[in-house]
Design a protein around this ligand. Structure first.
Ligand code: ZN
Length: 252
């Protein structure tokens, strides 16, 4: 069900165990060859496909396109909510549904910079509602739900998500090829971190001059279709688990 098509009595009449999916993405630079709305377009397409299988069992809010993109702000066109404002925004969006009695809140994310804020927002909400024992507060990023596109198509070279990389460029070639720039002039940018597995705080300019991270030269629309297929399957399987939850157990 699409929230934006409902009247308030329709929402009031929904079972309170209906999972509420809040999609969050970003508007930020994606190298010289991809448009700034890439993350929002890609998550929108994954969810468009997922909705065909889940639409009458899950409530989907409109996609929140403004994300935590502070690390990209050196690149023109990037828009960002400052990290603390973004944290409160996510908390408020989830709490709106708690206030109206819903119990299963799922942030489905399509941007790396939103991962920590989404986890922190739900962590704080859980502490605030600590007297409750019926809440399911989840966040998940569509490419970290178990899908491994490089194992489905061995021609896919990258084994993890980069930025405006082979993966994102392939999906954009599948979805909106007219928005993808010239790939023949793009140079690869290493994905590595010499202090791994430690997390090193970064701004995008530390890692890349053109703005992408990874190797977009190997992107194809065919790979993009494979990625949309496996990422959508991952999101659908995850939301089926949310639907199947017994309403109380931690492990069940
Ligand atoms: Zn992206």
């Amino acid at each position: 069900v699409e929230l934006l098509e409902l009247k308030w009595p329709d929402v009031a009449a929904l079972p309170k165990d209906t999972p509420i999916v809040i999609p969050v993405a970003a508007l930020e630079q994606h190298g010289r060859h991809l448009p700034v709305f890439t993350d929002s377009l890609l998550l929108g397409e994954v969810l468009r496909r997922a909705k065909q299988l889940l639409h009458d069992r899950v409530l989907f809010t409109p996609l929140m396109w403004l994300g935590n993109s502070e690390h990209h702000l050196d690149f023109p066109g990037s828009m960002s909510a400052s990290p603390r404002a973004y944290l409160d925004l996510l908390k408020d969006m989830a709490e709106n549904f708690l206030f109206h009695g819903f119990r299963r809140i799922v942030i489905v994310n399509g941007h790396g910079g939103n991962i920590v804020p989404a986890q922190q927002a739900l962590f704080e909400l859980r502490q605030k509602y600590r007297q409750r024992d019926d809440l399911l507060l989840l966040s998940a990023t569509y490419w970290t739900l178990g899908a491994e596109p490089h194992k489905v198509d061995p021609n896919i070279k990258q084994q993890q998500m980069g930025h405006a990389c082979e993966w994102e460029t392939s999906m954009m070639l599948r979805l909106r090829p007219e928005l993808v720039g010239d790939l023949t002039k793009v140079e690869p940018v290493e994905l590595g971190n010499r202090f791994a597995p430690a997390h090193r705080a970064w701004i995008t300019r530390d890692r890349t001059a053109p703005g992408h991270i990874g190797d977009p030269r190997f992107a194809t629309a065919e790979k993009g279709e494979t990625m949309f297929r496996v990422f959508t399957a991952g999101v659908v399987a995850f939301l089926e688990r949310v639907l199947a939850w017994d309403g109380k157990g931690w492990d069940a």
